[in-house]
Design a protein around this ligand. Structure first.
Ligand SMILES: *[C@@H]1O[C@H](CO)[C@@H](O)[C@H](O)[C@H]1NC(C)=O
Length: 441
């Protein structure tokens, strides 16, 4: 082998230091290693409200037509710390025999939460991402899709410990139907396919068409999972597209979850695909690489059912923390009062994600939060979009512990003497309640 000249060696070394330095610096920021004293946004007492009975609700959706918020909550404070596969908490699944999560409807005006009772479904419900879609044939009703992180029956039944490669969880998706204004939902069916491995968040494009993120390749705690989180080039996750029938199978048995379900990979080689949300127009979605702190603004294929149709990433927005479920705020008062359109993407994340490996098992710990607002300010000639990013809310983990979703609900400027304000609802996978904070847009 020919030896490299000294200048080439120096250049290579400099490049290695530069690229690793950039990588380490980026991770130090996103994982919050440099954030020794997490900040807490000052909020007047009358501008913050804690919503009762919203324990450990990971996701939050604003359904504009009914002016209602939807979420799925774990409800019982201990469940998450004993059994929550996304946090690699697999200590004790027997808790699921007694405690089940539930769907909630929150009125953004009264800040009250209503649990929905569900017909036709009384199994364990280990809640995570949800999606809410207006029923095209019944505009006063919605379909609700929800991830359910069930234990793998192969693990629960086994008397001998099963082989290490048998996953501990066998997560699926539950499909419900809910008439707006009622306190009930009907379970229509469960949905499972082998491509659903570590489901996190959902976007529906029709009642029978759903995109799902798988957030990790490595399902359990250990060096490979650590590497997968820390290394942005560990592009090992995907987004899958599911198509299924709406009809409830006649007996709600486990095998019925696969009936009439087809799936294909719609985006692969993606780092830590996590939150998935609708964007500015019908075919736009935002996909969060949680551990990279990057939101990919992407376009769905026009014919999702074709096995070769893929999602196209168009733009990337980088944030200074880990990020989770994105939501798009469509400003209903755009152009009024101050003449400005305040629409933009809202993303919630962790201020000190590097401590999550310890705090995930600690009911008393705090996880600081950062909630960001990104507005498009300019599109360059090459199609690249310049985003203005602003921190809407920060907390050291006292007022809210962890943040995985946040949505803005605009306040009529006439009620705020012409000022543009909104209620920001923030929730987390281990937050003891959804918090509502009045913010300036
Ligand atoms: C794990 O589960 C066992 C059995 O229920 C329980 O005794 C123990 O306290 C749990 N450990 C933690 C860290 O919660």
């Amino acid at each position: 082998m020919k030896l490299l000249g000294p200048s080439v060696t120096v250049a290579l070394l400099a490049y290695a230091i530069y690229s690793w330095g950039t990588f380490i610096y980026h991770n130090a920021i996103v994982f919050g290693f440099l954030r020794t004293n997490p900040m807490s946004t000052f909020v007047q007492a009358e501008d913050i409200q804690y919503i009762p009975d919203t324990v450990h609700c990971e996701d939050l959706h604003y359904h504009a037509p009914s002016k209602t918020l939807f979420t799925a909550c774990e409800d019982y404070p201990e469940t998450r710390f004993q059994w929550f596969p996304p946090l690699t908490n697999f200590n004790d699944s027997s808790i699921l025999k007694t405690y089940h999560g539930s769907l909630h409807v929150i009125d953004p005006e009264t800040k009250k939460s209503q649990r929905l009772t569900v017909d036709n479904f009384d199994g364990p419900f280990i809640t995570h991402g949800i999606e809410v879609l207006t029923n095209p044939e019944q505009p006063n009703a919605v379909y609700i899709y929800a991830v359910n992180h069930l234990p793998n029956p192969a693990h629960v039944i086994a008397i001998q410990p099963p082989p290490a490669d048998v996953p501990k969880a066998r997560s699926q998706i539950e499909l419900f139907h809910h008439v707006i204004g009622t306190t009930t939902a009907t379970h229509l069916r469960s949905i499972w396919h082998p491509l659903i491995r570590t489901p996190n968040d959902l976007v529906a494009t029709s009642p029978t068409s759903l995109y799902v993120t798988n957030d990790h390749l490595y399902r359990d705690h250990g060096p490979m999972r650590f590497m997968e989180d820390m290394y942005a080039k560990a592009e090992w996750t995907d987004v899958i597209h599911l198509q299924f029938s709406l009809e409830a199978p006649s007996t709600p048995a486990e095998t019925d979850a696969v009936a009439g379900v087809t799936a294909h990979v719609a985006l692969d080689k993606f780092h830590n695909a996590n939150g998935l949300g609708h964007g500015r127009y019908e075919n736009e979605v935002a996909i969060a690489s949680a551990a990279s702190g990057v939101l990919s603004i992407s376009e769905l294929p026009s014919s999702p059912l074709s096995k070769s149709s893929m999602i196209t990433v168009l733009n990337r927005i980088e944030f200074g923390s880990t990020i989770d479920n994105p939501s798009y705020f469509s400003d209903p008062y755009a152009g009024t009062a101050d003449g400005v359109d305040h629409s933009g993407f809202v993303v919630a994340g962790l201020g000190k994600a590097h401590t999550l490996a310890q705090t995930r098992k600690q009911p008393e710990a705090k996880d600081p939060v950062m909630v960001w607002f990104a507005k498009p300010v300019k599109q360059e000639e090459n199609g690249n979009v310049i985003w203005e990013k602003r921190l809407l809310f920060e907390d050291d983990g006292t007022r809210i512990r962890s943040a995985s979703a946040a949505v803005l609900v605009a306040i009529d400027p006439e009620k705020e003497r012409g000022k543009r304000k909104a209620w920001l609802f923030v929730t987390g996978f281990v937050s003891s309640s959804v918090v509502a904070v009045k913010v300036d847009l």
